[in-house]
Design a protein around this ligand. Structure first.
Ligand code: G3P
Ligand code: CA
Length: 244
């Protein structure tokens, strides 16, 4: 089975992360899906950005939560990147804009709730409402480092798949996954092993590895039998998998 390729923050190896440009590029490079990070603006709009502050990726400053959507959407989100490609927007997108744009395609979505360090009241409800609005429950997984949030998602709509996203080693991640009713385990690259993949799958979980960027590691993960690969370089991943 060929694993699914999810472009991490879009095709962020070559494009500004979490922008429409990076998401369009991911599709062009034949990713099956995009991974994107979401949080709330001051006025509770679901916005697509990784950090809790603006400085690293935009020309703004301060916390996302201290800015309204009107303010956020005017910022440039391409800090550290060169020329724009084909005038694709390089702003902070809203989740609505991303789903509206790609709902008519076959692209999948891995929506990561960025609510581990900073509480985001009702982020789960807002995200699910958008998934429903665009009828995307079948091709979306919601992930988070905040495991309680995954339970909230399941409570709101058991049809929506959830991914237990973790960093530190978990001895039996499938046990934690079961405790939080997750469907998938999103396993850091350094913890992937054939036995972990086999045991997780035997316990009913799909396994996605993150973040895999070299061709050899992508191929090794595929040979372990992972169900999906999260990568900054979807084009490279597609080529690496074709060579197996
Ligand atoms: O999906 C895995 C990955 O996105 C989690 O880490 O920090 O890149 O959001 P981060
Ligand atoms: Ca992420």
């Amino acid at each position: 089975m060929i694993p699914l390729i999810y472009a991490h923050r879009g095709a962020s190896g070559r494009h500004p992360e979490n922008t429409m440009e990076a998401f369009h590029a991911a599709r062009k490079r034949r990713a099956d899906g995009i991974e994107l990070d979401v949080q709330l603006s001051q006025d509770d709009k679901v916005v697509v950005i990784h950090d809790h502050r603006l400085e690293r990726t935009t020309n703004g400053s301060g916390a996302i939560r201290d800015h309204t959507w009107e303010q956020l959407k005017k910022l440039r989100a391409d800090k550290g990147h060169g020329h724009p490609q084909r005038n694709r927007p390089r702003r902070i997108p809203s989740l609505r804009e991303v789903l509206h744009t790609f709902a008519p395609t076959s692209l999948r979505f891995c929506i990561e709730l960025k609510n581990f360090f900073h509480p985001q009241p009702h982020l789960e409800e807002s995200v699910i409402e958008l998934i429903h609005r665009y009828d995307l429950a079948e091709r979306t997984v919601v992930s988070s480092f905040n495991f309680n949030s995954l339970l909230t998602v399941k409570k709101l709509d058991p049809r929506i798949k959830t991914g237990l996203l973790y960093v530190g080693p978990l001895q039996h991640p499938w046990e934690v996954g079961a405790q939080y009713q997750a469907d998938e385990l999103h396993v850091p690259e350094d913890q992937l092993s054939p036995s972990l993949v086999a045991e997780a799958q035997a316990n009913g979980f799909r396994v996605l590895g993150w973040t895999l960027d070299s061709a050899s590691r992508i191929q090794a993960a595929a040979q372990m039998g992972v169900d999906g690969i999260i990568t900054n370089y979807p084009g490279r991943a597609r080529k690496a998998l074709a060579q197996l």
